[in-house]
Design a protein around this ligand. Structure first.
Ligand SMILES: Nc1ncnc2c1ncn2[C@@H]1O[C@H](COP(=O)(O)OP(=O)(O)OP(=O)(O)O)[C@@H](O)[C@H]1O
Ligand SMILES: [Cu+]
Length: 757
């Protein structure tokens, strides 16, 4: 499956979004294979998925009326986009000043009592000259709208440019006809509207320029991430060091990292140790200590140590480039609300043209004198004010800003839809191991219940089995074995019992290592229960031990050999420093917090008590985790599930919002809507708060845009005339339209620095 991302610099119009998407859907239906496109107006990006080449995709976009030459791959477009935007910004400013430079004096002259009429030969001559100048100014200041209209006509469609082009030329053509043949017009309608055409163009260009400036800021997050990528690195060869472009480096190359340098590619340290600042990726401010064997990521910054590291991912596969890709994809993704507005915008333009023609016809036929002038003013004003650009920008602008802000906090958002759901969360379900706890457990005590067994040989057997398990508890036991310099052997058999532990044979003896459930399964149930109750004193005193381990939040792991319980290994996994604070913050936000774990109830309760969680579901098997989430949902809760393990994946998928810890398993990350690159839990609060803030922001934008269009059109059509006696001037319509999209962009920009609560 190809995934193509194209930058379409000329995309300017909300109604084009749906058009491009439809073109791909049609192509897909007409046998070009299963392809689909997602268009984002805010970023001018088209994401194409499916079996299609970039060339074919460009052809499809071109068929809607875009210049195929100008369309380029988005991944290489970042720089081009910057240049384009700066150029466009300057051009719009120049166009605005020329448009307003002619428009403002003309308008002032009219306002100060100058006659904007053609009532004698002298006025006819003077206005003729003004008309020609106006024409030239319009060509220069409005050429992108006229070209846009022309492209749309060729593609047999209409867009926002069409409205502006029609509106301004209607005013000019009418005025010019008055100049050329005043006798065709009743005396009171020999009015000229040259100032309207140039004022409208001037104002819209000014609006665009300001909007471009604001937009530049919205894509800052990706720019910042791209900036983390260094271009060259120092490679070690047999003939000494050489500087190489990172695109030419391969997995396995050895690179040198000097103090203060930025890491070029993902790698594993071969020589040296240092502190590495990973804050740009994870949001984690404290530098992390790294030594031989540890992994380092492209884009992070080396402290004072000098390192030699081995490349583990080529330039396009680094974590950093995956993050950039994810952020870009998420920024162009859509929310359900956004889709609706795209649909509306697509029908908007033709509908507006019809409304404009009808209302001006009504004014001409039934309106008070001078009917023809009124009809023209109404036509122009409706065409200009109806432009749906604010509506089209309302959602994508906010999504872009919030996805970028999330990335800055170390949170990767999979798609815009997740933001919408995350804003409605009522319950947060936290997994214990690796989410509330650090996920780096350590063996604290080995309690031998059979005095004939020696600790070392037990550890050897248990670790030999655990080396086949990926569970964090397994790695704790292996670390312990390594510390004791134990060499592991190969068990005769091994089986993983999901959510309970492991079993296997070593040297003809059967081992069961795991929780109480596994012991019961292994046939020790009766004995254990009796012991817990304190009725059997066969293995006296150990139940107190178990309770003691558990009350400290440690996990007791039972070891049975040939169905006889021989040892209890206690394993501690420290609770994250900010866990209690994060839980409190969630509660303060009115959220219910639930702890969901496969671990035993005593340990779970102890952890819950320490961090302040009231509701605990313990000893939950992996498939039951999902079940629990579904039950919460059935009870009416909107659930965010936070987890890191393979056993969390189904629950992450079923939850309304799945949040994976970035340190967790690939499976968990794939199943989640958000990935936290930082280990801190408080980031969850920030993420949910950001989601709420962006939804509020989007609603404000949509409300504003909707009100603007739904009030603007009737006012421009003249419904207020009976009360005020004046029609909305086309110039005011132009100003309102320029303001509307500027307001949306500025409001979205507020999200960048808004305080989250
Ligand atoms: N490899 C293993 N070695 C020993 N015990 C194990 C192993 N795998 C699982 N267990 C036991 O099964 C229990 C449940 O494991 P599971 O992976 O479902 O959840 P968990 O890792 O304890 O916690 P969480 O659900 O919070 O991530 C563990 O607490 C442990 O007692
Ligand atoms: Cu517009």
């Amino acid at each position: 499956m190809a995934n193509i991302s194209l930058y379409v610099p000329k995309m300017s119009c909300a109604s084009c979004v749906a058009k491009i998407e439809t073109a791909f859907a049609n192509a897909s239906r007409n046998g070009q294979g299963d392809i689909a496109a997602r268009v984002n107006l805010a970023d001018k990006l088209v994401q194409v998925s499916g079996a299609i080449s970039a060339e074919d995709a460009i052809q499809i976009i071109a068929s809607v009326g875009y210049d195929s030459e100008a369309i380029i791959d988005a991944r290489t477009a970042a720089e081009q986009k910057g240049i384009d935007e700066r150029k466009e910004y300057r051009l719009r400013l120049i166009q605005a000043s020329i448009g307003l430079g002619l428009g403002v004096p003309l308008m002032l002259w009219g306002l100060l009592g100058g006659e904007m009429m053609v009532s004698n030969a002298q006025q006819q001559q003077a206005w003729g000259v003004v008309g020609v100048i106006t024409f030239l100014v319009m060509l220069f200041t409005g050429r992108h709208f006229y070209q846009g209209m022309w492209r749309a006509i060729k593609a047999k469609s209409a867009n926002m440019d069409t409205l502006i082009a029609l509106g301004t030329s209607a005013a000019w053509i009418y005025s010019m006809m008055v100049v050329i043949a005043p006798e065709w017009f009743p005396a009171d309608t020999r009015h000229v509207y040259f100032e309207a055409s140039v004022m409208i163009l001037g104002l819209i260009n000014l609006g665009h320029a300001l909007e471009l400036r604001a937009r530049g800021k919205t894509s800052e997050a990706v720019q910042r991430l791209l900036g983390l990528q260094v271009t060259t690195a120092i490679r070690l060869t047999d003939d000494g060091d050489e500087e190489v472009e990172i695109n030419l480096l391969q997995v396995g190359d050895r690179l040198r990292l000097r103090p203060g340098d930025r890491v070029a590619l993902d790698g594993e340290i071969l020589i040296g140790q240092t502190l590495i600042n990973e804050s740009m990726l994870t949001g984690e401010p404290i530098p992390v200590h790294k030594a031989v064997g540890d992994n380092i990521s492209a884009g992070t910054v080396n402290g004072n140590g000098a390192l030699i590291y081995r490349v583990t991912a080529s330039a396009k596969d680094t974590k950093l480039s995956k993050i950039i890709e994810l952020v870009q994809q998420a920024q162009t993704s859509k929310m359900p609300i956004g889709r609706l507005t795209d649909k509306i915008s697509a029908y908007f333009v033709p509908v507006v043209i019809i409304i404009a023609l009808l209302s001006s016809l009504i004014w001409y036929l039934f309106g008070p004198a001078p009917a023809l002038s009124h009809a023209l003013v109404v036509l122009t004003s409706v065409l200009i004010i109806a432009c749906p650009c604010a509506l089209g920008l309302a959602t994508p602008m906010s999504i872009m800003v919030s996805v970028g802000r999330a990335a800055q906090m170390g949170v990767l958002v999979r798609n815009g839809e997740a933001l919408q759901t995350a804003s409605k969360i009522t319950t947060v379900v936290l997994d214990k191991t690796g989410t509330v706890t650090q996920g780096s457990p350590e063996v604290t005590e080995i309690l031998l219940l059979d005095k004939n067994i020696c600790e070392l040989s037990l550890l050897e057997d248990v670790a030999s089995l655990e080396q086949h398990s990926e569970h964090p508890l397994a790695s704790a036991i292996m670390t312990k074995a390594k510390q004791q310099s134990i060499t592991l052997k190969e068990p005769d058999s091994f089986a993983n019992v999901q959510g309970k532990g492991i079993t296997g044979f070593i040297a003809g003896r059967h081992y069961a290592v795991g929780n109480m459930g596994l012991m019961q399964q292994a046939g020790l149930g009766g004995k254990l229960d009796a012991d817990i109750d304190g009725n059997v004193d066969g293995i006296s005193g150990y139940q107190q031990q178990v309770a003691e381990f558990a009350s400290k939040g440690q996990t007791p792991v039972f070891v049975a050999v040939d169905k006889v319980l021989v040892a209890i290994i206690s394993i501690a996994d420290p609770i994250k420093a900010d866990a209690a604070e994060a839980v409190q913050a969630m509660k303060n936000q009115g959220l219910k917090v639930v702890l969901l774990t496969g671990d035993n109830p005593l340990t779970a309760q102890a952890v819950a008590d320490k961090v302040g969680i009231d509701s605990v579901f313990a000893q939950v098997l992996p498939e039951q985790k999902q079940q629990k989430v579904l039950e919460l949902q059935q009870a009416g809760e909107v659930v965010a599930m936070v987890g890191d393990g393979i056993n969390d994946a189904p629950a992450l998928m079923s939850a309304d919002v799945g949040i994976a810890m970035g340190s967790g398993t690939e499976v968990a990350i794939e199943s989640a809507d958000f990935t936290l690159l930082s280990a801190r839990l408080i980031v969850i609060n920030d993420t949910l708060a950001l989601a709420r803030a962006s939804m509020t922001n989007i609603k404000q934008n949509l409300f504003g845009a909707f009100i603007y269009n739904s009030l603007g059109i009737p006012i421009a059509a003249g419904v207020l005339f009976p009360f005020t006696g004046i029609l909305l001037s086309p110039v005011i319509a132009g100003a309102a339209m320029a303001l509307s999209s500027l307001t949306v962009v500025s409001n979205a920009n507020r999200l960048r620095s808004q305080r989250l609560k």
